[in-house]
Design a protein around this ligand. Structure first.
Ligand code: SF4
Length: 398
């Protein structure tokens, strides 16, 4: 999304000035404000966060303060959208820099996914089902209230054979809505095995987007073979670059998307870490390629990585395959352990990095003066079905 340049006054702030003014604006706003900070944010932002976490934890944290008027999300665009979907209408969600997107989320859009779905339907035979299924149950179990009337769920919706769509939470709200409308679910890197297992109980196949690596690593964890049970869907090729036979055979149709940070880690880096530090434990995120995950000792979500390091013995050595701000913070918080990033080049998430303290200062000072800037508002129709998909995840993976 386009972000207008900061007013010069903010662009010129020194780090100390920005810090002091953020503190002052935060004090002025008091309980009317909640700041959420993703683990990949720089320290200068994280220090101001009321809650820090990965995208799943923050999506839940966003819902903890119904009394707050403003949720300022220091993360990327899809996270702020999820917060808007999960919070009541009267709460305003703000992304301090609208240019903070996610390169992986941008690798799948609604047009491409609809086209994929239509092609799958053609190849696999369209079993037309109603878009109800578990929805009514999940809705009543949820404490999240929909703000609009439910659409007519008796309307038949196109359903490509018995393919269940699963979208990683790192995706645009309209893709979450697509999934909600087509009987699928959202997943996170923490709960992907549970969500995918559930999906395979509802249908024959899973269409997993946008991250092929998380989809593949999850399938392997559930006992599937990446060579025979999985195909990759390239949205720029007819049938995603597959034959009809491939698609009929596959259990997993994995969207050709990846994370620009986790996709950089290599097997060579893992082997070098083992040579340099014979006692090292290698811990990587499941957005890494499968070869890297196979070479590692452990893999799991950001929260898993943090907990694993926290619980480890003093003196232990950790080579970690995830975003550098998190790895550096872990190293600082655990001086009794040797902790370093697998990639010797700095590998920050460049879009997360766009939440600069000057942007946070600008957003908070405007709020303190009663002016809302950079609000993230998901359209109501999208909200309905996206909430359905998110709520289903929270129910299925509770
Ligand atoms: S680390 Fe990767 S998946 Fe996460 S926000 Fe950055 S680009 Fe997106």
């Amino acid at each position: 999304m386009y972000q207008a340049p900061l007013p010069q006054e903010y662009a010129d702030l020194s780090p100390e000035e920005a810090d002091a003014r953020i503190v002052a604006a935060k004090q002025k706003l008091g309980k009317r404000l909640v700041i959420l900070g993703h683990h990949y944010q720089r320290d200068e932002i994280i220090k101001h966060a009321d809650y820090r976490g990965d995208s799943y934890k923050l999506a839940k944290d966003a819902n903890l303060h119904p009394e707050a008027d403003y949720i300022v999300f220091c993360g990327v665009h899809f996270m702020a959208e999820s917060a808007d979907i999960l919070t009541p209408d009267n709460q305003v969600v703000i992304l301090p820099n609208l240019a903070a997107g996610c390169s992986m989320a941008d690798m799948a859009n609604l047009f491409q996914v609809r086209k994929c779905w239509a092609e799958l339907e053609k190849v696999l035979g369209g079993v037309r089902r109603e878009a109800s299924g578990v929805e009514s149950g999940t809705r009543s179990e949820s404490n999240l209230q929909s703000s609009i009337s439910p659409p007519d769920t008796r309307r038949p919706t196109p359903d490509a054979s018995r393919v269940i769509p699963v979208t990683y939470i790192n995706s645009a709200a309209n893709l979450k809505a697509f999934v909600g409308e087509h009987g699928g679910t959202v997943c996170t890197s923490t709960n992907a095995p549970t969500a995918v297992k559930w999906a395979l109980e509802q249908g024959d196949k899973v269409l997993f987007f946008p991250d092929q690596h998380l989809g593949r690593n999850t399938g392997v964890r559930l006992g599937y073979d990446p060579e025979t049970d999985m195909v990759v869907w390239d949205p720029f090729k007819p049938l995603g670059g597959n034959t009809e036979e491939d698609l009929v055979r596959a259990k997993f149709i994995l969207w050709k998307g990846h994370c620009s940070v986790h996709g950089r880690f290599t097997v060579e880096q893992v082997r070098k870490a083992r040579v340099d530090y014979p006692t090292v434990k290698v811990l990587v995120h499941p957005e890494c390629p499968i070869e890297v995950v196979r070479e590692s000792d452990y893999n799991g979500s950001t929260e898993y990585i943090i907990k694993t390091v926290q619980a480890s013995e003093p003196g232990s050595v950790w080579a970690i395959g995830t975003e550098i701000n998190l790895v550096s913070r872990l190293a600082k918080e655990h001086p009794d352990k040797t902790i370093f990033c697998l990639d010797p080049q700095i590998c920050p998430c460049s879009t997360m990095y766009r939440i600069h303290p000057s942007f946070l200062c600008w957003a908070l000072e405007n709020l303190a003066e009663g002016r809302v800037v950079n609000q993230i508002k998901v359209p109501e129709k999208v909200t309905y079905w996206a909430k359905e998909a998110l709520t289903r995840m929270l129910t299925v993976c509770a």
